[in-house]
Write a protein that binds this ligand. Structure first.
Ligand code: F6P
Length: 317
C-alpha cells in the first residue's frame, strides 16, 4: 500500500515490490487508498502486468489517503480482519513517518510483519539519506524558483517563496541553495529576524533589489505571507511579492534518482519479508541499505548544520 502524502517515485516502488515478490514465487496484493482501503477491504491481486508502464508516472496507482479510522482500535481490528480474509502474511507500506507510526501500532497489536519504504517529499525520516520523491520535489521547486527569478529580475522585486516540507526544511535548503536564494528560512534553525532585516536593508542601500527569500512552510513566523508582512513593515519601499509553490511539488514524473532508489528499496523490502527481517523501514545510508526499526521512527529530529547556513550566507552576499 501507499499511504499519507503521495510522492513521485511511489509507482516505481510499487513496481519493484510486485515484480520482486512474483519473482520469488509470492502472491502480491495491492491495497487501495492506504489504511482506508485495508479497513474497507479494497484489495486486488496484482500481476507483473499490473505494474507495466508506471515507473515514469507521478502519483500512485494504488491511491493514498490520510486515514483517521486507523487511529482507532476498531479501525485496526477491521484492517486485520481484511488481511486474514485474504490470507495476507506480510505488509509493505510506502509512506512517511505517520504511516510508519501507524504500522508500528498495528504490528504490536496483531501478528503481522510490516516493512516500510521511505516515501515522502519532505525527507524528514532519520536513518536514510534519501526518501522517495524528495529529489523530484526539489527539482520542481528549483525550476519554479528559477522562473520566478526571471520576473523578479525584470521588475527589481523581492520574492518570498514558500515551499513544502511540513516540519522539515530540506526542500527549502536544497532548492534555496541551488537557485542562489539570498535568504533561506527553515524550521530547524531559529531565524534571527533582525539579522534578516539588516541584511535586506543593506542590500537596498546598495541597490540590490532583486532578492529571493525561500521560506519552509514549517518555519516559525507562519509562512511566506507572514514573512512578507514583516519585511514590508521594515522596508516599505521594497516591491514584495509572495509565491506559495504548494502541491505542484508533489506531482510530475519522478527524477532518475527517485526511480532508482524506489526500485532498490522496493526490491529490498521484499527481501526483508522473505528473510524474516520484520518491522523495519528500508532506507539507504552512505549508499548501503539501512534497516531501521520502525519503533525508532520520529525519535530523532533532523538537523541542518552550521556549515550549510554559513554557505548560504557567504554565497548569497
Ligand atoms: O508530507 C508531504 C506534504 O506535502 C507536506 O510537505 C505538506 O505539509 C503536506 O504533505 C500537505 O498535505 P496535504 O496534501 O494533505 O494538504
Amino acid at each position: 500500500m501507499t499511504s499519507g502524502g503521495d510522492s513521485p517515485g511511489m509507482n516505481a516502488a510499487i513496481r519493484a515490490v510486485v515484480r520482486t515478490g512474483i519473482y520469488n514465487g509470492l502472491e502480491v496484493f495491492g491495497i487501495m487508498r492506504g489504511f482506508q482501503g485495508l479497513i474497507e477491504d479494497d484489495i486486488y491481486q496484482m500481476e507483473s502486468r499490473s505494474v507495466a508502464n508506471i515507473i515514469q508516472r507521478g502519483g500512485t496507482i494504488l491511491k493514498t489517503a490520510r486515514c483517521k479510522e486507523f487511529l482507532l482500535p476498531e479501525g485496526r481490528q477491521k484492517a486485520y480482519e481484511t488481511l486474514k480474509r485474504h490470507g495476507i502474511e506480510g505488509l509493505i507500506l510506502i509512506g512517511g513517518d505517520g504511516t510508519f507510526r501507524g504500522a508500528v501500532e498495528f504490528s504490536s497489536e496483531f501478528d503481522i510483519p510490516v516493512i516500510g519504504i521511505a516515501g515522502t517529499i519532505d525527507k524528514d525520516i532519520q536513518g536514510t539519506d534519501f526518501t522517495i520523491g524528495f529529489d523530484t520535489a526539489v527539482n520542481t521547486a528549483v525550476e519554479a524558483i528559477d522562473k520566478i527569478r526571471d520576473t523578479a529580475d525584470a521588475h527589481d522585486r523581492l520574492f518570498i517563496i514558500e515551499v513544502m516540507g511540513r516540519d522539515a526544511g530540506y526542500i527549502a535548503l536544497h532548492s534555496g541553495i541551488a537557485t542562489g536564494a539570498e535568504h533561506i528560512l527553515v524550521p530547524e534553525r531559529k531565524t534571527d529576524l533582525e539579522d534578516l532585516m539588516l541584511s535586506l536593508e543593506e542590500k537596498e542601500r546598495r541597490k540590490k533589489l532583486v532578492n529571493i527569500v525561500v521560506v519552509a512552510e514549517g518555519e516559525g513566523f507562519g509562512g511566506a505571507d507572514e514573512v512578507a508582512k514583516l519585511i514590508k513593515k521594515r522596508l516599505p519601499n521594497a516591491e514584495t511579492r509572495v509565491c506559495i509553490l504548494g502541491h505542484i511539488q508533489r506531482g510530475g514524473a519522478p527524477s532518475c534518482l527517485d526511480r532508482l532508489i524506489a526500485s532498490r528499496m522496493g526490491y529490498h523490502a521484499v527481501e526483508c519479508l522473505i528473510e524474516g527481517r520484520y518491522n523495519v523501514f528500508v532506507g539507504i545510508l552512505n549508499n548501503k541499505m539501512n534497516y531501521v526499526p520502525l519503533e525508532n521512527v520520529g525519535k530523532k529530529k533532523g538537523k541542518i548544520s552550521d556549515e550549510w547556513m554559513k554557505i548560504v550566507k557567504i554565497l548569497a552576499s
